[in-house]
Design a protein around this ligand. Structure first.
Ligand code: ADP
Length: 456
């Protein structure tokens, strides 16, 4: 019997299944099998690879209800958003595949003395190591471009969502040649083994510290990296902002997915002159974010993913209050089975409060007042090691532009939450990331360009 790890339903604490984790030999074999399949796969015309992935998108769409239910069972997000996640990614596969094909098209730079072509070749074998918070979306952001580019992939889903990962792999394997997609199950040690194995690139979505470990491990063999890491995203609300709209954005995007989103709003800076009204509105809105059974219609927040995550959030909120923050609501883990933690609002959070700097990944709205000046708003927002997203709210369009340019982040939302289109890259500044997901820049990372110059 191979050793197993328990797959736990965070709503009930029940064990769904015991999952065998991959031994070091199995990880090595998966990488070797992927490499054996990679050559023929890369030789298949890109249009054929693209057509296979499009068929996968259809299979995924047909599986949305069932896979959504499995997501809810394994990681606790509401059934509505789980099914929505599957449908939304299934619906975008064809568009993304088209974009990858376009991004990798050969280029023919002009020259009077030679015929030059730049082709983009796959790297070989890509390891995809992904988290549980969007257990379909995050893997696909790596798997789709990596596969269409002609790489074979070894996929390690999160240990919190192994069955969702297995189902995704199964659907992909239905459309791919044998061996092109390998699945390995396990936690960090299996991930580390995969990073050490004979792969050419690591596409990783997860925490900053794990990203740093992967980067250091990958250095010895110069493996390519894409690291989409955590954040501590700020929302800066100036004195001329629409208070209700800004408060709604703060609450929705601090609490969505029970706060377990890499680009959650985790720090809110509000100008002194509107702070009383803003904080009152935040509290009013947050009170409607009750938690409960994620399968029930109308539940806005399911549990946190694990007891460990609940205890980390609990400890962080307690330390924040100890350091002087005011607990307006929440702050007490729910009793009974399941890893529930209530919507929590903190105000008066000082800039040197530990919660201002550590990623929370829980349902906490953390509010800090400031003097309302641009310089101070920007200084506070940028006072972090991270730089994933940032948000600004103001009625002054010129100020919005000035501030947006000064915020150090990969994406900035102005008078709205973060946005962009299907062609814009998802990227972290500073310690939120290394490389891109999506967009032409992102898709090209799964290839190496080769220049072929022919004599005339
Ligand atoms: P999170 O707690 O948000 O899931 P982690 O960074 O711990 O963030 O995990 C993200 C993914 O990275 C998971 O699939 C996890 O198993 C994997 N992982 C954790 N530690 C390592 C490691 N040292 N090397 C490679 N992968 C790892």
């Amino acid at each position: 019997m191979s050793p197993t790890f328990p797959d736990i339903d965070p709503s009930t604490g029940e064990t769904i299944a015991d999952i065998p984790f991959a031994s070091p030999e199995q990880v090595e074999a998966a990488a070797a099998d992927a490499r054996a399949a990679a050559e023929a796969w890369s030789a298949e015309p890109i249009q054929e690879r693209a057509a296979r992935l499009e068929r996968f998108g259809e299979l995924l769409a047909a599986d949305a209800e069932e896979l959504g239910a499995l997501i809810t069972r394994e990681m606790g997000k509401t059934l509505r958003s789980a099914v929505g996640e599957v449908k939304s990614y299934a619906g975008s596969v064809a568009d993304e595949v088209d974009q990858v094909v376009a991004a990798l098209a050969p280029e023919r730079p002009a020259s009077s003395t030679q015929d030059v072509t730049v082709v983009r070749e796959p790297l070989g074998v890509v390891a995809a190591i992904t988290p549980w918070n969007f257990p379909v979306g995050m893997p696909l952001s790596i798997l789709t471009p990596a596969l269409v580019a002609g790489n074979a992939v070894v996929f390690k889903p999160s240990e919190h969502t192994p069955l969702v990962g297995a189902r995704l792999a199964e659907l992909l394997q239905q459309v791919l040649p044998a061996g092109v997609l390998q699945l390995v199950q396990g936690a960090g040690d299996v991930g580390a083994e995969l990073v050490r194995s004979d792969v050419d690139m690591i596409g990783f979505v997860g925490s900053r510290d794990t990203g740093a470990r992967i980067m250091s491990e990958a250095a010895g063999s110069l493996k390519r990296l894409v690291l989409e890491l955590g954040g501590k995203d700020p929302l800066v609300v100036f004195g001329d902002a629409d208070v209700d709209e800004a408060a709604r954005c703060a609450v929705d995007h601090s609490l969505r997915n029970t706060g377990q989103v890499c680009c959650s709003i985790e720090r809110v800076y509000v100008a002194d002159e509107i702070a009383d009204a803003f904080e009152a509105k935040v509290e009013e809105l947050a009170r409607s974010w009750t938690h409960g059974d994620p399968r029930e219609k109308g539940t806005k927040m399911g549990p946190l993913v694990s007891a460990g995550q609940r205890d980390r959030v609990d400890a962080q909120v307690r330390a924040a209050v100890e350091a002087g923050a005011r607990l307006v609501m929440g702050g007490e883990p729910a009793e009974g089975p399941g890893c529930f933690y209530p919507a929590t609002v903190l105000t008066g959070v000082a800039q040197d409060n530990p919660i201002t700097h550590a990623e929370t990944f829980g349902p906490v709205v953390s509010v800090t007042r400031f003097d309302g000046s641009e310089d101070e708003g920007v200084r506070l927002a940028n006072d972090t090691i991270y730089g994933l997203g940032a948000n600004v709210w103001t009625a002054d369009a010129e100020r919005a532009q000035r501030v947006a340019r000064r915020l150090r982040a990969g994406q900035v939302g102005v008078n709205r939450y973060l946005g962009g289109t299907s062609t814009t890259p998802w990227v972290g500044a500073r310690q939120s990331g290394f490389g891109f997901l999506g967009g032409a820049d992102g898709h090209r990372q799964f290839t190496v360009p080769k220049t072929i110059a022919v004599a005339r």
